[in-house]
Design a binder for this molecule. Structure first.
Ligand code: NAP
Length: 281
């Protein structure tokens, strides 16, 4: 194998260690821990697991977490009411509404009930605009984690051709914006893209954010490219054909242990930012 494997767990640990110190300092000066409120609507087992992991990670990092569970049948008004209450609660610093939500819920209306100063998951239009325009605001956590991985391995996106496969509002689109903000030349690919292999083959940085196991073939990767695989599919399989891609790439994220661990670390770091009332630029 030619590529250096990007150790997302180690990068996440460094972010969490720093966050733990900042949380302890905040507690000393404010007499309380920074607090993340989590909201989960419905019974989706994977969402339950994700929310539990976030709560556990808060505890081991010295943050409080307050969990709010609503039934599968909850309507948009009920969720908006809860989120609005949390947005006005001075003891809550950050709000995470786990998604996807049940089909009857208007997710956008729920997200917009989060005030931008507590939007530590980066899901509001205000946060998205900040990412797009380079303003002050919280980042979507997975894209934020990807940028931290690149920084940790001294990958400067400036002047590089970055190809992002996927254009979801929480992952593909914002990661492309962040790369553009760092002076990469960005190409987005999606389900209607033709000749995906040729577009990927021109990339210096490949970000796979699709959710299709091994869609990106190893022999598409340009020799020496950086490969970031955000995909997480059943059986711990990413969106990139890992072994074959690692023969050509210079840096590659494994699945698991690459992008995943940094997502929660960024969420907690941004919760402490919110507690300190610091909105990162
Ligand atoms: P999503 O909302 O389903 O978006 C998938 C994107 O992939 C869409 O933009 C879609 O294009 C595109 N796509 C689908 N089939 C394609 C194809 N054959 N060729 C090119 N593009 C194609 O998914 P998501 O929420 O962004 O998540 C993507 C993956 O990242 C999933 O595996 C998810 O589990 C993982 N993820 C990981 C983390 C983490 O913390 N590690 C966090 C979030 C997500 P259209 O827009 O045209 O439909």
């Amino acid at each position: 194998m030619r590529a250096t494997v990007i150790d997302g767990t180690a990068v996440a640990k460094r972010i969490l260690d720093e966050t733990r110190q900042r949380a302890a300092k905040f507690e000393r000066s404010h007499g309380r821990k920074p607090c993340l409120a989590t909201v989960l609507v419905g019974d989706d087992p994977a969402s339950h697991t994700y929310v539990r992991m976030k709560g556990n990670r808060c505890r081991t990092t010295g943050l409080d977490s307050r969990h709010h569970q609503l039934p599968q049948t909850a309507g948009t008004c009920q969720v908006v009411e809860l989120v609005t209450e949390l947005a006005h609660d001075d003891a809550v610093d950050g709000i995470l509404v786990q998604h996807p939500m049940p089909a009857q819920i208007d997710e956008r209306e729920v997200f917009e009930a989060i005030t931008p100063d507590k939007d530590v998951d980066g899901v509001t239009l205000a946060s998205f605009s900040a990412m797009a325009l380079g303003g002050r605001g919280f980042q979507s956590c997975t894209p934020g984690g990807i940028m931290r991985l690149l920084d940790a391995y001294d990958v400067d996106p400036a002047g590089q051709h970055a190809v992002v496969i996927g254009r979801s509002p929480i992952l593909g689109k914002p990661v492309g914006m962040l790369l553009l903000g760092r002076d990469a030349t960005v190409t987005y690919c999606h389900s209607k893209t033709t000749n995906l292999s040729a577009v990927v083959a021109a990339a210096d940085i490949v970000v796979a954010a699709v959710g299709r196991p091994e869609l990106i073939k190893g022999d598409w990767i340009k020799p020496g490219a950086v490969v970031i695989d955000a995909g997480y599919n059943p059986g711990n399989v990413g969106d990139v054909e890992y072994r074959a891609a690692a023969e050509r790439a210079c840096l590659i994220t494994p699945v698991p242990g690459g992008v995943g661990p940094t997502t929660i670390a960024v969420l907690l770091a941004q919760t402490v930012d919110a507690a300190e009332r610091v909105t990162p630029s």
